[in-house]
Design a protein around this ligand. Structure first.
Ligand SMILES: [Zn+2]
Ligand SMILES: [Zn+2]
Length: 344
């Protein structure tokens, strides 16, 4: 098969790789139908050293089951499936609690397993990981179904962790795919006021279509002042942080209302952050969030995707073939594309 590997920062190559095979009785081999480039793939695209490469890339995909191990139940050859970005058993106490990213048998698509920007993938814990989709699904729905693998579930996790409820006021920090889908999720959960902080107009325009009521392009103290201005000086009860850099954390602290919740799904690029009297303690603010157990949300989010009530796939604004994957990275890195879809 062909597969994308990152050799070092800025160097992605599509090359021949061994076809994946069943290694454990709980594995499945899935032929990839759609995959994509994630914002988180851009972190190694900026920082991977040649000594750490090459690594297989990609962790979001839809595919067709080709083969299943002897202990995999509920899946058959030919099934169309979506895979969460983390695999998990779906039966242990963490999985039953909806915390699949803490499954002791779970893990991530990485070296030793393989990436999704490839012709096929070996999926560990396949019976717990993969979710079967209707086989006759309209091809036009595939981009939206693909968002269930990560960005939609991650945006939804941000809103769920903040316990967004009808009538709520919410600030979303970040206008990448996760931030925009956090807006959509907050709207689905009934939020009334949704303030989107982002400075790329084409993206925040989509955020408005997803349900944002206000857009704030300013950042830092200026951005915080705007949120306060829009909320009678109080800030919003929930802040969903979908960036991961320190200035975004500082904005979250500045934009949250006393007694409110900051929910982070942007992977923190910092090791420490203030939690003292002047930040979280004084105003009784709750800090939550983490890697999204998207497997826990797929069943809940799937019906509205299938019937067209929501169209999260609109975050994809460019499509490349697997062979053109390096160009997809370049376009996302240059911010020419919001999110790049990959076809076989
Ligand atoms: Zn991702
Ligand atoms: Zn588990």
């Amino acid at each position: 098969m062909r597969a994308a590997f990152m050799y070092e920062a800025g160097d992605v190559r599509v090359q021949d790789a061994p076809d994946p095979v069943i290694e454990q009785p709980t594995d499945a081999v899935v032929r990839v139908v759609r995959s994509c480039v994630c914002g988180s793939d851009l972190h190694p695209y900026h920082s991977l050293t040649a000594a750490d490469g090459p690594v297989p890339m990609g962790h979001e995909f839809l595919g067709v089951v080709e083969e299943t191990g002897s202990e995999v139940s509920g899946l058959s050859r030919g099934d169309l499936v979506v895979s969460p970005f983390a695999y998990a058993c779906n039966t242990c106490e963490y999985c039953r609690a909806g915390l699949h990213t803490s499954c002791p048998k779970g893990g991530f698509y990485a070296a030793g397993i393989g990436g999704a920007q490839a012709g096929a993938v070996r999926v560990p814990q396949a019976g717990g990981t993969l979710v079967k989709l209707p086989g006759d699904v309209d091809e036009a729905l595939l981009p939206s179904l693909l968002t269930l693998a990560d960005v939609y579930g991650t945006g939804y996790h941000a809103a769920k962790q903040a316990q967004v409820r009808p009538g709520d006021s919410v600030t979303v920090i970040g206008d990448g795919a996760v931030g925009l889908l956090a807006v959509l999720s907050a709207r689905q959960l009934g939020a009334e006021r949704i303030i989107l902080m982002g400075r790329h107009k084409s993206r925040t325009d989509l955020g408005v279509e997803f349900g944002a009521t206000d857009v704030i392009p300013e950042r830092g103290e200026e951005g915080i002042a705007k949120v306060r201005e829009l909320t009678g000086g109080h800030g919003t009860r929930a802040v969903l942080e979908a960036v991961g850099h320190m200035p975004a954390y500082d904005m979250a602290v500045g934009a949250v209302r006393p007694g409110g919740v900051i929910s982070r799904v942007g992977v923190p690029q910092y090791e420490s952050a203030p939690v003292g009297f002047m930040s979280l303690f004084g105003p009784n603010v709750t800090l939550t969030g983490g890697p999204a157990p998207v497997r826990a949300y797929i069943d809940e989010l799937l019906p509205a995707v299938l019937d067209g009530t929501v169209d999260p796939g609109r975050v994809f604004d460019r499509t490349v073939s697997l062979e053109e994957t390096p160009e997809g990275y370049r376009a996302m890195d240059q911010r020419e594309a919001l999110k790049v879809l990959i076809t076989p």
